[in-house]
Design a protein around this ligand. Structure first.
Ligand SMILES: CC(C)(COP(=O)(O)OP(=O)(O)OC[C@H]1O[C@@H](n2cnc3c(N)ncnc32)[C@H](O)[C@@H]1OP(=O)(O)O)[C@@H](O)C(=O)NCCC(=O)NCCS
Length: 238
């Protein structure tokens, strides 16, 4: 009995330097809508560089760690001011191309497909939403053994608490429109969809279809005492 109580013990805490490898491994293990991404992008290090390096190395104070039975099972990586991190993805990709991504067997197919998509789509979405109404952003990833226990909700609440302390007006995130479980989770956390899904270069469903980025936003300001993402007209473009 006592053993299973320990096994189910969950907590969240601030990021520490020693968590870097775990965060990078979790990003890769959950990189395809919660599943492993290795069938699409076969190199763990470059994938982790793209999705976590800014947060672990440049803004670690905005990283939160989720633990189950004292083992790291997930994280929320955030940025208070997305203008600071804007362009990070492009810079990481340029760095990978200079280091031979276009000929490295584990990722070459992804990169060549992305280039074809970029030409066909005439551009790619930005890596963050640059809108003063939602200046902060986040990514959240839990290993399967950390899901459905309330950790996602706790990480979100802690991130919102920190942002409110900093008087942030709001927060956004980008998720795959195909990740319907995540969309439902984010909606249950007060996010609303912002704009139409946008084609995401390089990524494919297991059936080979194109994938789409969906921006979601949440206000941290109160309207008539109620704080809700839907309280602001998200798509009016004002
Ligand atoms: C999406 C994710 C962060 C949710 O975290 P979680 O810890 O599993 O969610 P929680 O247990 O905290 O649930 C929080 C709330 O969301 C709801 N919820 C969670 N998963 C849900 C789902 N799949 N469908 C509908 N609602 C869901 C819960 O009912 C709960 O509501 P409640 O607090 O009113 O009871 C987590 O499952 C995950 O990391 N998935 C894989 C990676 C991923 O898809 N990340 C997001 C892409 S950017």
């Amino acid at each position: 009995m006592e053993q299973s109580a320990t096994a189910n013990q969950i907590s969240i805490r601030p990021y520490r330097d020693g968590d870097r490898a775990a965060v990078r491994a979790i990003a890769f293990a959950t990189g395809f809508m919660g599943d492993r991404v290795d069938w699409l992008w076969g190199d763990a290090e470059s994938f982790a560089d793209l999705f976590t390096r800014y947060y672990t190395d440049r803004e670690p104070g905005s990283l939160l760690i989720a633990e189950r039975a004292e083992s790291v099972v997930g994280y929320l990586s955030g940025s208070v001011d997305s203008t600071r991190s804007a362009g990070t993805a492009g810079r990481e990709i340029n760095r990978m191309v200079l280091r031979g991504a276009l000929v490295r067997p584990s990722i070459a197919a992804f990169f060549w497909r992305s280039i074809a998509d970029l030409v066909r789509d005439r551009g790619a979405p930005e890596d963050v939403l640059q809108d003063a109404r939602w200046p902060a952003h986040l990514h959240i990833n839990l290993l399967p053994e950390g899901r459905g226990l309330g950790l996602g909700r706790q990480l979100m609440e802690e991130w919102f608490r920190r942002l409110r302390q900093l008087d942030s007006s709001g927060v956004h995130l980008g998720t795959f429109a195909e990740n319907t479980r995540a969309l439902r989770f984010f909606e249950s956390c007060g996010f609303a969809r912002h704009g139409a899904p946008i084609l995401a270069p390089g990524f494919r469903t297991r059936e080979g279809g194109r994938m789409h980025l969906q921006w979601m936003v949440r206000s941290l300001r109160q309207t008539n005492g109620v704080e809700t993402g839907a309280a602001l007209p998200a798509t009016t473009g004002d």
